[in-house]
Design a protein around this ligand. Sequence first.
Ligand code: M6R
Length: 610
Amino acid sequence: MCGIVGYIGKRNAVKVLINGLQRLEYRGYDSAGLSIVENGELVTFKKKGKVAELVKLLEDRNFDSTVGIAHTRWATHGEPSDINAHPHTDNSGKISIVHNGIIENYHSLKQMLISKGYTFVSETDTEVLAVLIGYFYEKTKDLEEAVRTALSEVQGTFGIAVLSSYEPDKIIAARRGSPMIVGIGENEFIVASDAAAIIQYTRQVIYLSDNEMVTLNRESYNTKTIDNVVTNNIIHLVDFDLSKIEKGGFEHFMLKEIFEQPQTIRDSFRGRLLVEEGEARLGGLLPVLDKLREVDRIIITGCGTSWHAGLVGEYLIENLCGIPVEVEYASEFRYRNPIIRKNDIVIAISQSGETADTLAAVQEAKQKNATVLGIVNVVGSSIARETNAGVYIHAGPEIGVASTKAFTSQLVVLSLIALFLGRMRNLSKIEGIQIARAIKELPSQVEKILDKAEQIREIAREFSYSRNFLYLGRGYNFPVALEGALKLKEISYIHAEGYPSAEMKHGPIALIDENMPVVFIAPKDEIYDKVISNIEEVRSRKGRVIAVATENDERITKFAERVIYVPDTLPMLTPILTVIPLQLLAYYMAVELGCNVDQPRNLAKSVTVE
Ligand code: M6R
């Protein structure tokens, strides 16, 4: 949700921190701030607004400090303001912290501290933690011990970094339910909530576990649990390069990520398709092979776009494998006391691997003894580590807040899982070969759709007057209708709803008049004729129809005002193609309306709070 970066070493800390904040800004962008120790004094600068505002505040000032912490915020407690921005300091003004997550018992801790004479200036839960650390420091005169004791009093989630002029050659960081990664350089360390802030300096990292803390000195580090047990961490190599988190000539990350899809789709199936055998090889599932053989029911869970991918997964797995599938919002699953039976498998889908609701759903399922698999993008993320096995989607870092390439890669991985499970059951080799061949074709087919970007841009121009949109699709493409509508509303603030096409007549049809654009996802499949009937229903009420259809489908031009063609593929793979024009349509509408595409209002890239 928010972004944290901390640096200790030999470089100019302010430069490293600002650079880190700029790379993390996609995670939260309502205020930003930093603390450094300069000439033995703790100094803090913070500002409401984007990182650029903080940069302006620091203009014309020179700093020599080589240690500091910084934060870019997405407000939870307290509105975005200079005062509520992080870092927050204790009452002595000598201890500063940045925090992601929520301190659930902040109210009682605050009352306890007020009763002892401590004071507060902000409305945040984070300031309570800062003051609590200060309180324990007065007793222990040891920063590490003060942080450790304070954290053991805290209920809730945190990723924190702490800096103090009491012990200026030190940064302490810790996590519970909110990621913290330590980059290990030569006599320098950079700690961050996201590898994007680290990889410019080093690729060697350790991932903190829940309830673990790290103390970084200039030349060494040590880790321990919050219960004071020393821990050992394996050093991992982060494998993405800088170009993957830069715009590379595109106007926005979202557009870059839409255009990356031929490659990201290829990366999702690379080394996993045995075309001539008609099989998928998924090493990540080997640890649970026996469970997969016996599975009676699959429950897929996730949020937002990942939940939409899960809905496509339901059609895929039921059709190819004959295994009953239920798809549930993670936020509902976690509090619903779900029934999990012996041979059930839960699959959690998450781009970031850090979504709080999905992580809690995984924990709930594990608590009920389910086998839990992850379909995750970010390697080493909390959900990836919490699940019993899984398949990475390998889409590379997704920076645009609106998920695009992660969705198509999630669909590729779900198709591979359906193929894998299907071949363990009744799916024939011939069908398997057909599916594998069709998957291999996808990257070049996506390229063909991307070539139509200009046509889609014109459609966006033509329809940008509209304040409402309907998206309709059936079967595999019903979830695509939901996804198209979500893309449009989150980046262009236009109200859009997705429905199964046939549901329209049960209510939404009342909305249709000459001002209502209706986007039909209508590839040539077994229910094409039914969708055409639904289009006719809209046309006869003067609705304006934009159709996404299969190449060479002339018939649809009689019914739709605008047609965007996608190449022909198997019905089960159509969502991977039909969603691309909808991503572009949402993108160009938002650009047309002058919206901030990569940082839409009120949103953040990964939702690590409830
Ligand atoms: O990182 P996750 O896939 O778990 O995130 C889930 C949703 O928060 C995410 O898909 C959200 O809906 C996006 N803004 C959609 O574009």
